[in-house]
Design a protein around this ligand. Structure first.
Ligand code: ZN
Ligand code: ZN
Length: 152
């Protein structure tokens, strides 16, 4: 086999192919993937980033992807030249600072804050939030939970 390493014929060196000679295409690809880091392989065009992957968490937003999870596709939103999933495209909770799924936000009047339902329940119970200030998004269940503790 007339192969070259960095332009030099292998037959001009004192090396010969050993296990490389017997590797399947998959084994060769895995060997290359294991040898270089992602940045190097991206720069050299060995690999590319899935254009349908969420730009926030990297999870697939494409419903045809084998590892696709529903929550990451439903409510995905366009971002730069790709997508943000339903979690990353939402808001950050102003109480616990974790992501809020776009469907589940609770918005508070006057201040434009966003909270998880559980966080809003806690805040109502701790009297840091008035029920009447909730503008949108809190379920009846959550409101009842918040009132329950209130009575005890
Ligand atoms: Zn995401
Ligand atoms: Zn929260």
């Amino acid at each position: 086999m007339n192969v070259k390493k960095n332009g030099q014929l292998l037959s001009d060196t004192h090396y010969q192919l050993a296990s490389l000679k017997r590797m399947t295409k998959q084994e060769l690809i895995e060997e290359i993937l294991g040898t270089h880091d992602w940045d190097y392989m991206l720069e050299n065009g060995y690999v590319k980033i899935d254009p349908q992957a969420c730009q926030g968490c990297g999870k697939p937003t494409n419903p045809n992807h084998p590892k696709y999870e529903r929550g990451h596709f439903v409510n995905r939103t366009p971002a730069d030249d790709g997508w943000l999933c339903g979690y990353c495209g939402g808001y950050e909770c102003d109480e616990c600072e974790k992501d809020i799924y776009v469907d589940c936000e609770v918005r508070i009047k006057y201040h434009g804050y966003n909270y998880h339902e559980e966080c809003a329940i806690k805040m109502i119970q701790e009297k840091r939030l008035e029920e009447c200030d909730i503008e949108w998004g809190m379920s009846e269940w959550a409101l009842e939970e918040a009132r329950k503790e209130d009575l005890e």
